[in-house]
Design a protein around this ligand. Sequence first.
Ligand SMILES: Cc1cc2nc3c(=O)[nH]c(=O)nc-3n(C[C@H](O)[C@H](O)[C@H](O)COP(=O)(O)OP(=O)(O)OC[C@H]3O[C@@H](n4cnc5c(N)ncnc54)[C@H](O)[C@@H]3O)c2cc1C
Length: 345
Amino acid sequence: MPPKQKFIILGAGINGLSCAYRLHQRYPDAHLEIISDRFSPDTTSDVAAGLWEPFLLGDTPTELVRKWSHESYHYFHDLWRSGRADECGISLVPYVAVTAKVDGLEEPIWKDFAFGYGELSAQRLDELGREHGVKYVSGNEFVTFTCEPTRLLQFYTSALQRSTGVTFRRQKITTLGEILPAADTVPNAIVINCLGLGSSQVLGDDGGSLAATRGQIRRVEAPWMFQVLISDAGYVIPNTGAVTLGGTKQKGDCDLLVREGDSEGISRGCCALVPGLGRAPVVGDLVGLRPTRSSVRLELEWIDGVVPVVHNYGHGGGGITLAWGCAGHVLSLVQPLINGPGSKL
Ligand SMILES: Cc1cc2nc3c(=O)[nH]c(=O)nc-3n(C[C@H](O)[C@H](O)[C@H](O)COP(=O)(O)OP(=O)(O)OC[C@H]3O[C@@H](n4cnc5c(N)ncnc54)[C@H](O)[C@@H]3O)c2cc1C
C-alpha cells in the first residue's frame, strides 16, 4: 500500500486555514499538519476588516486577481445562501465609495461580476457631499460581502479539529530547513507556505520586496450600521459582531502598538461620514501588519529537487478577499503532484 499523502501547512491565518480546509475536503484521507506560532484570534487575519474588495495587491496580474476574488465572492454568497452566514461571520451589505480627488475612483476590474455595480450620479454625489461637507468628484456603489475573519477561522478550525487525520502544532519556524528534513522523510509530503509576512524571516529575500503595511483600526458597537462607506477620510465596515472603523496604511512601518493619534484620526474621519458613530461604544483599537509585496506569490518550488513547496503569501490588503480563490489555485498545483503522469511523489 503506498504511504499516506501528507500536507504540511505553515501558518494558520486566513490563507493557511483556507488551504487546509480545501485540501481536507479534496483529500479527506490525507494526513494534514498545520504548524504556526500563532492561531486565531491572534493572527493578522483576525485584525482585518473583512471587506470583500481587492486592495493593495501590487502588480499581481489582473486576470489572477479577478479569478481569485471572483471565486471567493461566489463562496461567500454560497455560505450566505446556505444558512451558514452567522457561523462564518458573513454579511451581504451595500457599499458606497466616494472621493474628492481630481482623478476620481479607478474603474474596478470586478465591476462585471459583483452585484449591482454602478457609478454615483452627480445628484447623489452632491447629496453625500453636503452630508459630509466635501465636494466629491466621483463615486460608485455595489453590493458586497463582509466576512468577520475570526468567525471564519474558527469555523475552519472546528471542522478540521473534528477529523482524526488533522494535527495542529504551535511552533516558531526560523528556516524552511527545520521543516524540510521532516517532510523529506515522508515520501508523499507536500509543504504549503502560508506564513504571510513571516515568509520574509523564514525565506529571506525572495525578490518580491515583501514588507509590512501597518493598519490600525477601531471596532465599535453600532448594530444599526448596515452599510459600507468609504471616502478619503476613512472607512466604515459593518461586521456581524462589531463595526470596523479605519484606518491607516503606513508602508514599511512594523509598529504593533496602538497610536493615540491614529485612533483620533480614524474617529474624526468616520464621524465626518456618520456623526452618530461618535456615540458608539468602543470595543477596541487594533493594529495589524499587511503582508504587501510586488505581487502575490502563488507558485510551486521544488526544494533540493525532492520536496515540493507551494508558496501562497503576500496578499497585502486583500487576503480575506482572495483566500478561498487562492486555496483553489493551490489545489490545482497540488493535484498533478499526487496523481498526474509526471508525479514525482
Ligand atoms: C487593519 C487591516 C485591515 C484589513 N482589512 C482587510 C479587508 O477588509 N479585506 C481583506 O481582504 N483584507 C484585509 N486586510 C488584509 C488581510 O488581513 C491580510 O491580507 C491577510 O490577513 C493575510 O493572511 P495570511 O493568512 O496570508 O497571513 P496571516 O494572517 O498573517 O497569517 C500568517 C500565519 O503564519 C504564522 N507565522 C508567521 N511567521 C511564522 C513563523 N516564523 N513561524 C511560525 N508561524 C509563523 C502566523 O502566526 C499566522 O498564523 C486587512 C489587514 C489589516 C492589517
